[in-house]
Design a protein around this ligand. Structure first.
Ligand code: ATP
Ligand code: MG
Length: 425
């Protein structure tokens, strides 16, 4: 036997059993997005590498070490998208969607990051992304938070997720703050672990996220970003908090919350859970008011978020809350003898023409009649129709009601009418 070839590490197959939950989750998500008038957009999985470098930032983890980049046959550097915002902004600019007053978008699809695979962290994973353009007041921040809260409620996970929110001010604010933070950390350089030492001059904000307990203690005395934030961002954040209070949205103001991608400003947020292990953020987002301009468009405010679908499904599974009843086979067609196969297929096609919503299964296995009936029972089909030479000749078919254990003989035209009664179609 030839040696088998497995999938790429960190990239998984999604089998029908698991997809039952996925589809349910996706349907609920789509229904809620539609109810808020958000429209779907489908974007390429490959983009030019330079767009991610420019937008996400060259010294971020994503660009520095997580991107799947390669040269195409003409030597152009392309990258499997590590996230969806950048491609969405590019598409907005390229298709002039800003002028068409299109503002609210969503997409669902795979993203790729070369990270260490573990529970809740994969190299190919699915994100539901939402992006809204052209609205600069906190009203849209609130709408997005209300939308996500509604989603948690509909899925039944709301008691198990917590919203953390912060304002990270403008780029200029963060440059000023970064200087002070680096100055402080340099004084405590001996306590920095290897990772943090590396980040000190590249991305010192990520040090604030460090899980190192000694470092966490020292960080308690570090200068706080909130003291460097401009008054307009503070004002925006206060308005948002007041609105969240009046809509009874529960949140934690986490002063240390920063995002891993450079383009964010002002409002940032994450929803976390303590039910799925260490990879505990299931949704993250924020404002990115200068990205459109940075990518060649006109100055346009924007806000967005992404939900990691695998983590959300992990949460739903760990809580065992979304029942996914098997969608049963309605009609199981059994033919007796190869020569009657053509008739069986034709009959199944006729039934599908008349009742397109029914699930009709034709058993092609070459085995005994009793084995086929056993298969029909095991499949939880509602009824079975038996087709043999005699039945075709006499135009009289055996219909077995597998749920009630009853049997009937019908002519073909009666059969078609009875199916209507059986399934209320
Ligand atoms: P984290 O640090 O938790 O991996 P991040 O800040 O890198 O998250 P974002 O770029 O904000 O993540 O992506 C939004 C969401 O996508 C995350 O909150 C998470 O649910 C999901 N996600 C990100 N990376 C992965 C991954 N490698 N595998 C599975 N899900 C992921
Ligand atoms: Mg990450």
């Amino acid at each position: 036997m030839n040696k088998k070839i497995n999938s790429v590490r960190g990239m998984h197959d999604y089998l029908p059993e698991e997809l039952k939950i996925w589809k349910k989750v996706e349907n609920i998500i789509k229904q809620i997005l539609t109810s808020y008038c958000y429209e779907e957009i489908r974007l390429p999985i490959l983009e030019k590498t330079k767009i991610f470098q420019r937008a996400i930032g060259n010294v971020t983890d994503v660009v520095e070490k997580e991107m799947y980049s390669f040269k195409d046959r003409k030597g152009n550097s392309l990258t499997l998208r590590p996230e969806g915002t950048v491609g969405c902004v590019r598409a907005m600019i390229e298709n002039n969607l800003f002028f068409k007053k299109k503002q609210r978008f969503w997409y669902l699809g795979p993203m790729f990051r070369y990270e260490r695979p573990q529970k809740g962290r994969y190299r190919q994973f699915y994100q539901l992304g939402v992006e809204v353009f052209g609205l600069n007041t906190a009203d849209i921040d609130l709408e997005i938070i209300l939308l996500i809260s509604r989603l948690w409620k509909c899925l039944g996970v709301d008691p198990y997720v917590k919203l953390e929110i912060n304002s990270i001010g403008s780029k200029l604010d963060r440059i000023k703050y970064q200087k002070e933070l680096v100055f402080f950390l340099e004084k405590h350089k001996n306590f920095l672990d290897e990772d943090s030492k590396k980040r000190l001059y590249t991305n010192p904000f990520r040090i604030l996220d460090s899980k190192n307990t000694v470092l966490q203690k020292i960080l308690k005395k570090a200068p706080l970003l909130k003291n460097y934030i401009n008054s307009s961002s503070i004002n925006h954040f206060n308005i948002l908090c007041n609105m969240m209070n009046s809509h009874e949205i529960k949140y934690i103001h986490n002063h240390n919350l920063v995002r891993g991608l450079d383009y964010y400003n002002s409002t940032v947020f994450e929803w976390k859970t303590d039910q799925i292990g260490s990879q505990n953020t299931i949704c993250a987002g924020g404002r990115y008011d200068s990205l459109v301009q940075e990518l060649g468009g006109n100055k346009t405010s924007a806000i967005g978020f992404a939900i990691g679908i695998e983590r959300l499904v992990l949460l739903i599974r760990s809580l065992n809350i979304l029942s996914c009843k098997e969608e049963e086979i309605n009609i199981y067609i059994i033919f007796i003898g190869e020569s009657n196969k053509v008739y069986a297929i034709r009959l199944s096609e006729e039934i599908r023409n008349i009742y397109p919503k029914l699930k009709i299964f034709v058993d092609f296995l070459t085995c005994s009649l009793s084995k086929k009936i056993k298969n029909a029972v095991a499949s939880s089909a509602h009824i079975a129709i038996l087709i043999g030479t005699n039945e075709i000749k006499k135009n009289c078919f055996l219909l077995k009601d597998l749920k009630k254990g009853k049997e009937y003989f019908f002519s073909k035209s009666e059969l078609i009418l009875k199916i209507k009664k059986f399934f209320n179609k």
